[in-house]
Design a protein around this ligand. Structure first.
Ligand code: UDP
Length: 237
């Protein structure tokens, strides 16, 4: 296998770390971390954004009769918790070249985000984890991932899905006739409202000419496979 990219931004949803656990599943964390370590050994430079949906989402504000803005900051904090969980898993597995940046100031356990510093660390072989999303309410970690991918000059944003191999023209879970789409343009993504990422993230990716690869992370070594161009997926460029 040969790497298809030199530098990527891997976006994982928080739910992906949950597995059958309440918040985390040890096997899921280990499985993703081991693949990331293996890819760094192959020479891939990896930035990671992890969502927070396994812990909290801003949209749940109404369930507690909270204001959306506080609820969104709670969601951003959830992404920081996930980043620390993933960092700790990498370290547990003996991999220490990892740096967590946060868009929110949490100086004890994260570094302030700085794109130049992040690029340097990636060049040095560090896995860089970008926590805290954009740092602003009313955004998502998809948008955070698009921005970080553009800023670190990633060759691609690898959008990991749970159990869907890429993009379809309709929901394959409800429509057995749904057609799989292998290649798309950014305009398709923005105009057709495809279930890849939210519209802000889609528009940003288009403006930043960011290649997006949508793939199913559930499958043995699927992250390694996708980075080596060895897995069915949808490519958007
Ligand atoms: N969030 C936010 N701004 C950001 C990123 C995230 O306000 O830039 C909040 C938002 O409330 C969101 C939550 O953090 O619901 C968790 O992020 P997301 O839903 O993107 O996580 P995922 O669904 O990918 O696990």
């Amino acid at each position: 296998m040969a790497l298809k990219f030199k530098r990527v931004l891997l976006k994982i949803s928080g739910e992906a770390l949950k597995g059958s656990g309440d918040i985390y599943d040890k096997d899921k964390l280990d499985e993703v971390a081991k693949q990331v370590i293996e890819l760094t050994k192959q020479g891939l430079q990896i930035g990671i954004v992890i969502g927070g949906g396994n812990i909290w989402r801003g949209k749940l504000a109404d369930t507690l009769e909270l204001f959306r803005i506080e609820a969104d900051y709670m969601g951003m904090l959830a992404t920081i918790m996930n980043a620390l969980a993933f960092e700790a898993t990498l370290r547990k597995l003996g991999f220490d070249k990892v740096k967590v940046y946060s868009s929110l100031e949490i100086k004890t356990v994260t570094s302030s985000y700085n794109y130049r510093n992040a690029r340097e660390k990636l060049d040095e072989g560090y896995v860089t984890i970008f926590a805290g999303g954009t740092g602003y309410s009313y955004f998502t970690t998809d948008t955070g991932a698009s921005i970080r991918a553009i800023e670190i000059e990633a060759d691609a944003l690898l959008m990991a899905k749970n159990g869907t191999k890429g993009v379809y023209d309709s929901d394959p879970n409800t429509n057995p006739e749904a057609k799989f789409l292998e290649n798309l343009t950014h305009n398709d993504l923005v105009k057709k409202n495809l279930q890849v990422m939210d519209s802000t993230a889609a528009a940003l990716s288009r403006d930043g000419k960011l290649e997006i690869v949508v793939f199913d992370m559930n499958g043995k070594d699927n992250i390694i496979k996708i980075a080596n161009g060895d897995l069915e997926c949808t490519v958007i460029k």
